[in-house]
Design a protein around this ligand. Sequence first.
Ligand code: URA
Ligand code: SF4
Length: 207
Amino acid sequence: AYTAQPFVPARGGLTALRRAAAGCHGCPLHRDATRTVFGAGKAHARVMLVGEQPGDQEDRQGKPFVGPAGGLLDRALADAGLDPADAYVTNAVKHFKFTRSEPRKRRIHKAPTLRETTACGPWLAAELDRVEPELIVVLGATVGKALLGSSFRVTRVRGTVLEEEVHGRPQRLVPTVHPSAVLRADDREGAYRGLVADLKVAAQALG
Ligand code: URA
Ligand code: SF4
C-alpha cells in the first residue's frame, strides 16, 4: 500500500518534518505536483485547522491556504473571533492533485481518494504529535472521513464538539464545511454564515 511512513522522521520538530516531507514519495501524487505543501503556523497552536489538499496557488507558493479558499477562511476565522496567527493550518494530503482538460490549460483540483489520504496520514499524525493542539477544526467531508472513518457525515456533526481518537490520540474536534464549498455554493452568504457559526463553536470550546 502507498504510505508516507518510511519518510517520516521519528525525531525532530516541525522544521525537521517539513524538510523530510519535501522529499516524500509515499504515493504517486508527488509526481505531477510542483512541491510538498506542508502545514504552517504556530508550533504549539491551540487549534489545528485541517483542509483537504493544496490547491493551485498553494502548489505554486508552497504554503497551505494562500489562495481564494484561504482568503475566505482567514476572514471567517476573524469573524468567529479566532486569530489565524494563533492557529496551525495543514491539509490531509500534502500534494496538489489535479487534472487538465488540455495541455497548458488551467489545473483543476481533484478530490483525493481514501487511499491517498491514508497514505499521507503519517504526516498529519506527526504534526499532531508535535503541535499537540487542544482542538482540530475539520474542514469538510473528505477530511472528516480521513480522520474519523467513512461513516463520517459532515451535515450531521458540523458545529458540534466531538471527542474521538485521531491517530491514536484522544482529540476534541469541531467539523465544518470546506471553505472551497462556500466559494462554490449557490447561496454563498448563507454558506459563509454557516461556516462562521461553526467556527464560533470552536472558539467557544477553546474558551
Ligand atoms: N484547499 C485546501 O483544502 N487546502 C488548501 O491549502 C487550499 C485550498
Ligand atoms: Fe507523500 Fe502525501 Fe505527497 Fe503522497 S501526497 S507523496 S504521501 S506527501
